[in-house]
Design a protein around this ligand. Structure first.
Ligand code: ZN
Length: 505
């Protein structure tokens, strides 16, 4: 099979890599072992004692292999505090078994240096690898931060079961209603993008109603908000009960109110579930679940899944041709788009006879999820057997940085959200489309570049929505002073080795 042959030539299997490593006289140093499972960092206290089956940290790593999630690439990093002989590494490899890919960061740096000495061009790679190798405290610290986030995520698994059960109950109830019987669960949001960095007690799900034959029009100049009107006979449409006096426009506000009523009905017999009071301009119904030792918050967001071509406002956006390729772009554009009942301002402003609170905000969260999952034109990036890049890690770190800074300055930074981070990453991926610009070892360099991009946007007051470039995510709010404040904070973090990350390690 020609395909198979080509594949063999390109990527070594995990076992081949490991064997290759073991047969090469290994330089003492840092090794990254990649596996499909949870991430463990052995660097924290230094791995000075010989790793054996008796080592508590290694047995912990082994026991967690049981919880491996297929398709979730992870890394086990072993950094001895003092250089160890080759036999030490051999003992470790045989202890860990065959399921790890091994990468010796130091050896790569040495090899790069050697080929540079031979006059081969390496485009700054050796410098980068050396700088970002395990010897680089910044790289180490960022990995430790990511590790901490992973552990937090692990704590979520207990809550997940309860949340899923509750969502199932709500879905079951919705199936019996007139307006929401077609509702589907859309697995969007950072939890499903595997970049969730918030507490284990926060969840969000989106329940969407698929709609066809609707007329979607931009509301306001930016292209972020829309009105939805029924094209054909409204009397026989699923959404007929939300049609306004004009006989065609669907009221977002009324649909959300009805949705809220139904969610309330669905959970009314559950003693441990409480429905939070309605918040203005919030497209979600928030439920609080009282667990045995944890209070879980669940946002159920209502959405319309519109099966028609994307609005013309998206025409100059979503420029992924250089990054993911024109074919991927074409395929994505066949996907429906989503609308959530969200508005700006007080809600009672009117335009063309439609009240702001009856408008919808456009969302491409399902496309964003797919892009994050398949974030390279190389289909193997971050997949089993393929190379690992640091795109998602950069996003997690940027999101986490914003969360941490917002915790310190809640009032000033309330208008900044994880969507700013995600959009920034997408723009950066288009600007630096090749995998070589995001190789795993360049994490600290890539993260700092991403932050510099973000600081630039903050100072300019311009971060276009990735899909709708006319929609400036840093438009009227937050104001110039606040943007400058955040830019200064980020620059301080960059220049001082991210004290905010170090504090919480
Ligand atoms: Zn990747």
């Amino acid at each position: 099979m020609p395909g198979k042959k080509a594949n063999q030539g390109r990527a070594k299997s995990p076992i081949q890599r490991r064997r290759g490593m073991a047969s090469t006289p290994g330089a003492p140093g840092a090794y990254i072992l990649q596996t499909e499972g949870l991430l463990f960092l052995e660097e924290e206290k230094g791995c000075s004692k010989k790793v054996s089956r008796d080592s508590p940290r290694c047995s912990e790593a082994m026991s967690d292999k049981k919880n491996e999630i297929p398709g979730k690439p992870n890394v086990l990093i072993v950094v001895p505090s003092t250089p160890q002989p080759e036999s030490w590494w051999h003992a470790l490899f045989s202890f860990l078994g065959n399921s790890y890919r091994v990468k010796n960061v130091f050896r790569d740096a040495i090899e790069d240096n050697a080929s540079q000495a031979r006059g081969e061009s390496i485009v700054k790679k050796s410098e980068t690898v050396q700088r970002n190798s395990m010897a680089d405290p910044m790289y180490n610290m960022l990995l430790s931060t990511l590790e901490k986030l992973k552990i937090k995520k692990k704590l979520r698994s207990d809550s997940t079961a309860r949340v899923n059960e509750l969502v199932e109950t709500v879905m079951k109830h919705m199936k019996e209603t007139d307006s929401f019987w077609k509702v589907k669960r859309r697995r969007t949001g950072s939890h499903y993008e595997n970049v969730k960095i918030s507490q284990p007690d926060e969840f969000d799900v989106m329940l969407v109603v698929p709609v066809q034959s609707v007329d979607v029009r931009s509301y306001g100049p930016e292209g972020a908000y829309y009105t939805v009107a029924l094209k054909n006979n409204p009397r026989r449409h699923l959404l007929e009960s939300f049609v306004q006096e004009d006989g065609k426009t669907i009221s977002a506000n009324e649909m959300l109110l009805k949705f809220r009523t139904e969610v309330k009905k669905a959970v009314r017999h559950m003693e441990d579930v409480e429905v939070e009071r309605k918040k203005r301009a919030c497209p979600a119904v928030t439920l609080w679940i009282q667990g045995s030792d944890l209070r879980i918050g669940l946002d159920i967001v209502l959405g319309l899944e519109v099966h028609s071509s994307w609005p013309s406002t998206t025409q100059d956006g979503f420029m992924i041709d250089n990054w993911l390729g024109p074919k991927a772009k074409k395929n994505f554009k066949f996907e429906p788009f989503l609308l959530v009942p969200k508005y700006e301002g007080k809600g009672n402003e009117e335009m063309d006879g439609v009240c702001a609170k009856d408008t919808w905000r456009i969302s491409f969260s399902h496309v964003e999820k797919e892009i994050l999952k398949n974030h390279s034109s190389t289909k193997t990036c971050c997949k089993t057997g393929g190379a690992h890049c640091c795109r998602k890690q950069c996003l997690k770190l940027l999101k986490y940085l914003l969360v941490q800074l917002r915790e310190k300055h809640p009032k000033e930074l309330s208008k900044f959200c994880s969507y700013h981070a995600k959009s920034m990453l997408f723009h950066a991926c288009c600007q630096r489309p090749s995998d070589s610009e995001w190789v795993g070892e360049r994490l600290s360099e890539c993260f700092q570049l991403l932050l510099q991009d973000f600081v630039g946007c903050l100072r300019d007051g311009h971060l276009p929505n990735f899909f709708i470039p006319t929609h400036n995510l840093l438009g009227s709010k937050p104001d110039k002073r606040t943007r400058g404040f955040l830019a200064d904070l980020i620059e301080h973090e960059i220049n001082n080795m991210f004290p905010i990350f170090q504090e919480s390690l």
